[in-house]
Write a protein that binds this ligand. Sequence first.
Ligand code: DAK
Length: 258
Amino acid sequence: MSDYEHINVWTEGKVGVIQLNRPESLNALNRKMIEEIVTQLEEFESKSDIRVSVIRGNEKTFAAGADIDEMLGESPLSFELANPFAVWDRLMAIQKPVLASVTGYALGGGFELALHCDVIIAAEDAKFGFPEVNLGVMPGAGGTQFLTRIIGKRKALEWIWFGDHKSAVEAEQLGIVNRTVAPEIIFEETMRFAAKLAEQPPISLRLIKEAVNKAEDVPLREGLTLERKNFYLAFDSKDQKEGMRAFVEKRRPSFKGE
Ligand code: DAK
């Protein structure tokens, strides 16, 4: 594995884990850190034996936002020249499932990082929010768009305007979080979920992810067209033959991602 400054990386079976590791600043995301996260996700993407990735923090926190110290000196031109959104576009292009395991704070850019993931599993004591308004700015890595699509305009406006923190339970009720679990078992639960998902046919997971993401983005007809193409494509995989044969032969399928 590469030598990273702000993340720890390991694998457990077919699951790749990225641990955010700047505990002294509650895992505030600086440019290097987000670059490291996405580079490692791409590394997992390229490995056929890794089928699911998990992004997590430590017991105390996920990420309390972008690094405010780093942002303090930014200007429109410095942003333009650094093109900081390119790395977020690379994150959106990841095709394998990515899970966020959220403990403590998921604020601002940290919340946006979780929202870019496909599944969010949260500890009961997790807190979500967009405090950017309190800094005189606004969410910039997709927060207004992702949140509005999930919870609707009025609830999104009220939440982002006031910059409040919401609990994991509230976030689950709003459809942001898949499941809320006790803090003591959050990482175990996330890995259990990830390991189970890693046994599903990888090509199907990828085609499904593309089609579901498309549903948030385009008119129904266009989404249906992609769904149909992906449905056909699945029939080109050995996993389709294996899945259907296993059903007929009354045994468990073994999916290879081919
Ligand atoms: N940045 C830098 N340092 C941070 C930080 C952050 N976001 N959050 C916490 N820290 C640091 C604190 O300064 C403190 O450092 P020391 O004083 O010990 O040196 C240490 O972490 C512990 O924090 P606290 O002492 O404040 O801990 P508390 O438990 O009292 O409070 C808190 C926890 C999370 C409520 C509080 O730390 C807090 O309010 N933090 C700031 C949260 C915040 O405003 N986050 C949103 C940042 S704006 C973009 C992409 C994304 C974004 C922007 C652009 N592009 C692609 C262009 C995103 C923007 C944001 O996220």
